[in-house]
Design a protein around this ligand. Structure first.
Ligand code: URA
Length: 433
């Protein structure tokens, strides 16, 4: 700390206020986020504050101020020059969740502009950028000028978020990861919403996943997170709606980077698994409504090739070859059904961990991922299966990985009676301000 510029507050008083269940005054919130970003508040002090927030929570207006301070730690994009209404989607992450890939070009094909700043995968859920990077030539990093030009001309951009977007969150998220403070709803909500609001889109749809493959394991927690994020978006002037959607089983029939791109292209070609199509259309309608576009039919734009045209333009604009062969893993192994009956459960988390162990995901953020690795589902819950029938196909470049992937799948599915099937809706609930 420089003596010529004394700090107006001290971190210990801020920590004590939250430790004692108080509300942190606005000026102190602004200061603590800024001082942490500058390196004046030490990591151990922010760790203590994050733990106090996890234990004692935050009031709604306190959290709104905290989120504003996180946004103010970096750049806020100005999309006012874009000639179409802007609308975006964020998913809290799930297994086989490739929805952004067909969704962004679909929504752009119906008249909106979709500015998607995305991340890479960590742990058992995949990252959108990792998936797109399996397309030969495709590049995640764009300059601000390239981003704006593509948004205006193509209508959809999916690219890496720059370092200048909510830098306080980058530091804080890494710290939470190693201090057991990821699971605090105010911290998750402000982390996601600071980045999304800074992105500058006028409308936002949140896909809050519920189930074993998601951050939030039950609908009650997911609803609280959704309500908190919708309130933050609304307070910041972003038209925000959330859908709670099922993540007890993987979305679609693939989990893994190139495998998911292939499936997304099937959806853009008017085919693809019914659940992926259903969720893509449901989210598209919400994104379009948020942008003031109604009376359009997303299913039709998938069927007649309009969405595919935008996909091709979007991939090509970032150096990718939409016609290139996608990478295929070197080795394949099949897991067969041990009994005859109905597949009553196929656990999203088990499949996600298996795909990760096959090389589709990373354990540390600097690890590489395998483009071809992953899991293909040959049956979904509700399907009849016969003993010995292939159930799952495991793909990897490194056959020593099969054993650990198979271990992840032990206990990950049930075959029984049709009566044991518990099938809920894919879209569970809609949360608005
Ligand atoms: N995703 C984020 O960006 N932040 C969190 O805190 C959790 C998930």
């Amino acid at each position: 700390m420089s003596s010529s510029h004394p700090e107006p507050f001290d971190a210990v008083s801020v920590i004590r206020a939250k430790r004692d269940r108080g509300r942190i005054p606005d000026a102190e919130i602004d200061w603590v986020i800024d001082a942490y970003t500058r390196g004046v508040v030490a990591e151990e002090q922010m760790a203590a504050l994050a733990m106090a927030i996890l234990l004692n929570g935050m009031e709604a207006d306190e959290l709104a101020r905290w989120t504003e301070a996180m946004i103010a730690s970096g750049q806020r994009l100005d999309l006012s020059a874009v000639r179409r209404p802007t609308t975006d989607k964020h998913s809290t992450g799930g297994v086989g969740d490739k929805i952004t890939l067909p969704l962004a070009p679909l929504v752009a094909s119906l008249g909106a502009a979709v500015p998607q700043l995305s991340g890479r995968g960590l742990g058992h859920t995949g990252g959108t950028l990792d998936k797109l990077e399996s397309i030969p030539g495709w590049r995640a990093k764009l300059s601000n000028a390239e981003f704006m030009a593509q948004l205006d001309s193509v209508g959809a951009v999916i690219c890496a978020a720059g370092d200048e977007l909510a830098p306080a969150d980058k530091k804080l998220y890494a710290l939470r990861d190693v201090t057991g403070t990821v699971e605090a709803i105010p911290l998750i909500a402000s982390s996601i919403m600071s980045k999304k609001i800074a992105e500058g889109s006028a409308a936002l749809v949140l896909d809050v996943k519920v189930g074993t493959g998601a951050f939030m394991k039950n609908a009650q927690d997911a609803r609280r997170l959704a309500e908190t994020m919708v309130a933050l978006g609304t307070a910041a002037g972003t038209h925000t709606v959330a859908l709670l959607t099922d993540m007890s089983t993987p979305l679609g029939l693939t989990a893994g980077n190139a495998l998911e791109v292939r499936e997304s292209v099937e959806v853009l070609a008017g085919g693809g698994p019914a659940d992926v199509v259903e969720l893509t259309v449901a989210l598209a309608l919400e994104m379009l409504a948020g942008a003031g576009i109604t009376g359009v039919d997303p299913a039709e734009a998938l069927a007649d090739g309009r969405a595919m045209d935008v996909w091709r333009a979007m991939i090509a604009a970032q150096g990718g070859d939409p016609d290139a062969e996608l990478p295929v893993a070197a080795e394949k192994q099949v897991l067969t059904a041990p009994a005859t009956g109905v597949l009553t459960r196929l656990d999203a988390y088990a499949v996600g961990v298996a795909a990760w162990r096959l090389g589709a995901g990373r354990a540390r953020k600097e690890d590489p991922v395998s483009a071809g690795a992953g899991v293909v589902l040959l049956a979904k819950p509700g399907d009849p299966v016969r003993a010995g029938q292939p159930l799952l196909e495991l793909h990897t470049d490194d056959p020593t990985r099969f054993e650990r992937a198979l271990q992840a799948l032990e206990g990950g599915f049930d075959i029984g009676d049709a009566a044991d099937l518990v099938a809920g809706p894919l879209v569970i609930e809609r949360v608005t301000a």
